[in-house]
Ligand binder design. Structure first.
Ligand code: NAG
Ligand code: NAG
Length: 309
């Protein structure tokens, strides 16, 4: 009896080892087809995709990747301070869809490159409050709470998918393999869609005050976009929901439901610019903000190392 149980558990362990090895062989062969530069560029966006997956999962369902896709978290630390937001049914419904889309994005990237485990993310209300304080140039009182209601949650969501989108636009021309470019185009399409939905929902309410502050929704988006441009430190690549007419499409409109360059093409950003923004420090060598220990992967780590020398 005992012997029988022992041998069946041995069999299970052997099977698990076999599955583990075969899984790794599959990973190795898929990523071996890609040039090293492509692999580095493809793993980099995992930093943002983890952020979005956790923020949207917690915001809409109150649960994160550890409940919904623990294999994808790959043992990385759970996010700090993420929680369910106080959302109306329609916004909750939309954010739940975004959340599962991000889970798919993580899986798609990790099927292609080995990547890295979930980095430490600080998704506390205080993290977002710091971004808003920096954007507005003075501390809001009471502090901005991203989890309080639809408008606050959508404004906080305005902060990230757009940055991911500019990263995909920036990465695409640097990729050598058509398989890499296909993956990035697929990710870009849906990230842009998410950004468009967030912007459209906010656009409808652009003139509403962000209670209890003085500024309205449109003004908040302008301030957030200006902050990102300042942190990214490479010109205008970000625009709020209302712009001076010179920045509108064909200089004909001040409404700006989608951001775009003078020919209404999406702006692209380099990994350095993205890290400067998401760290909130303006320096790719100095982690902070949502990423207390910095991003992971070859590209993000190469800057962190240089910063510490
Ligand atoms: C997360 O951010 C908040 C607000 O900035 C800060 O008080 C807290 O120490 C941070 N936690 C970690 C683990 O970085
Ligand atoms: C949740 O949001 C609704 C609608 O914006 C608001 O009236 C209510 O006060 C909020 N509840 C909490 C606990 O913040």
């Amino acid at each position: 009896m005992h012997l029988c149980m022992a041998s069946s558990s041995t069999a299970i362990i052997i099977l698990m080892i076999f599955l583990f090895i075969s899984n790794n062989i599959v990973n190795a062969t898929t990523s071996a087809n890609l040039p090293k530069g492509d692999m580095d560029l493809l793993e980099f966006p995992l930093n943002l995709e983890y952020f979005e997956a956790e923020y949207f999962l917690f915001g809409s369902t109150g649960k994160g990747l550890d409940s919904i896709g623990p294999d994808l978290a790959a043992g990385g630390p759970p996010p700090v301070g993420a929680k369910q937001a106080n959302l109306s049914l329609v916004v909750k419904d939309i954010i739940t869809q975004f959340a599962y889309q991000e889970v798919g994005h993580l899986r798609a990237i990790k099927k292609t490159v080995k990547g890295f485990p979930r980095p430490l993310l600080n998704l506390s209300a205080g993290s977002f409050a710091s971004v808003m304080n920096a954007a507005l140039g003075n501390p809001l009182s009471p502090p901005f709470n991203p989890y309080a209601n639809d408008i606050n949650y959508l404004l906080s969501s305005y902060v990230i998918p757009y940055v991911g989108l500019t990263g995909y636009v920036g990465a695409n021309p640097k990729l050598e393999s058509p398989d890499s470019r296909k993956l990035v185009a697929g990710l870009l399409g849906v990230e842009s869609g998410q950004d468009a939905v967030i912007r459209a929902l906010l656009y409808e309410r652009a003139n509403e005050k962000v209670v209890p502050y003085k500024l309205n929704v449109g003004e908040f988006t302008q301030k957030i976009s200006q902050l990102r441009d300042k942190l990214g430190n490479n010109g205008v690549k970000d625009e709020g929901l209302k712009v001076p007419m010179e920045l509108g499409a064909e200089k004909k409109v001040a409404g700006n439901v989608l951001a775009g360059d003078p020919e209404s093409l999406a702006y692209g950003r380099t990994p350095q610019e993205i890290l400067r923004i998401v760290y909130g420090t303006g320096k790719e060598q100095v982690p902070g903000g949502f990423y207390p220990k910095g991003g992971d992967g070859v590209i993000a780590k190469s800057f962190l190392k240089r910063g510490s020398i």
